[in-house]
Design a protein around this ligand. Structure first.
Ligand code: SF4
Length: 93
């Protein structure tokens, strides 16, 4: 099943997604964005919200990757063996 997800480890609570697409997002008790609806995933507002997220916390996919360390660049493998070497990589930290 396709599922909309906000990665709370990436979300900084900027509110962009909540402002752009209140149909799908609202703040939780921690001041971070939470998914409140998991249908109408083709909406233009949802696409805009996802593209506007400054940290890439919003994903729409078949499965939720919970052990992903980061996705800093196109060479990142998002695991402990990542050797992409870019400055933003969090995998080895
Ligand atoms: S736009 Fe991204 S960082 Fe900002 S509140 Fe939404 S999920 Fe969090």
């Amino acid at each position: 099943m396709v599922k909309l997800n906000v990665d709370e480890e990436k979300c900084i609570g900027c509110g962009a997604c909540v402002a752009i697409d209140p149909e799908h997002f609202d703040f939780n008790d921690n001041g971070l964005s939470s998914v409140i609806k998991n249908d109408n995933l083709e909406s233009a507002n949802l696409k805009n919200a996802q593209e506007s997220c400054p940290t890439g916390a919003i994903s729409i996919g078949d499965e939720i990757v919970t052990d992903q360390k980061c996705s800093c660049c196109e060479n990142c493998t998002s695991d402990e063996n990542c050797e992409c070497g870019c400055d933003n990589c969090e995998c080895g930290k």
